[in-house]
Design a protein around this ligand. Structure first.
Ligand code: SAM
Length: 245
């Protein structure tokens, strides 16, 4: 059987690719890529010539079967996405599951991911964090997730596209209050920028400009004292209820 290599690619700066990823991309027989044009550019930059198969959100069932067939025939396949780590808010999960189901060896390679890159420079706790990725599109589902995060102690990380960032910040303000946030924009690129402040301050900034580029939004976890307060309130409330009964 062949092996399925999961290969992270740069999230902006083309130099952020490991020597091992380059070696594997040169060695495998086929590269499965989210957008073949994007991957072709990277391959040209590094002088890699390999057959590409397109594997993206909308063809992943059919193409996934083809890739598994290749692997079962003994071919090594590398999976890449447009940027960062495949399987992280990108296609990959299903293919990995299918490969495991067929006893195919899955080899993950470490490399860049936008959320870790943003988190380590956030200045918020990196000891415990929750990665939420993109919120679902439906309002009800978004609301449910944000409600569940109300008392979250851990640092919370989101991905958001530029045209929805203002809506997202408004929802955050409404559901979670005026929390401290870090918004990492265009990581590893020329216009890399970190906004640090409250959600309200972020709204002032992003309402005043047309948000462009790629964003990671990080929210500071609720401090222990705050949750203790909340739980104390709850305890009091519950005790009062008992008395009233
Ligand atoms: N697989 C990728 C990873 O490992 O980070 C994530 C892919 S997801 C489709 C794209 C989202 O990641 C963007 O909308 C943005 O939220 C975030 N992102 C990717 N590159 C970024 C960058 N250079 N700066 C800030 N955010 C980035």
């Amino acid at each position: 059987k062949g092996r399925l290599f999961l290969c992270p690619t740069p999230i902006g700066n083309l130099e952020d690719i490991t020597l091992r990823v380059l070696k594997i991309l040169k060695e495998v027989e086929v590269i499965a890529a989210e957008d073949t044009r994007v991957t072709r550019k990277l391959m040209n930059h590094y002088g890699i010539k390999k057959p590409l198969i397109s594997y993206h959100e909308h063809n992943k069932t059919k193409k996934g079967e083809e890739i598994i067939k290749l692997l079962l025939e003994g071919r090594d396949v590398a999976l890449v996405s447009d940027a960062g780590t495949p399987g992280i808010s990108d296609p990959g999960e299903e293919l990995v599951k299918a490969a495991i189901g067929e006893n195919i060896k899955v080899v993950p390679l470490p490399g860049p991911s936008a959320f870790v890159t943003a988190l380590i420079a956030s200045g918020f706790s990196t000891r415990r964090f929750a990665f939420e990725g993109f919120l679902p599109k439906k309002d009800k589902e978004r609301e449910k997730i944000l409600n569940n995060l109300l008392n979250e102690n851990r640092t919370v990380i989101f991905y958001e596209s530029p045209h929805r960032i203002v809506k997202f910040l408004e929802e955050l303000k409404e559901k979670m209050g005026n929390r401290r946030v870090v918004i990492a924009r265009e990581l590893t690129k020329i216009h890399e920028e970190f906004f640090r402040g409250t959600v309200e301050e972020a709204l002032l900034k992003f309402n005043a400009e047309e948000p462009r580029g790629e964003f990671v939004i990080i929210i500071e976890g609720v401090s222990k004292e705050e949750t203790d307060d909340i739980s104390l309130e709850n305890v009091k409330e519950k005790a009062l209820e008992k008395v009233r009964e």
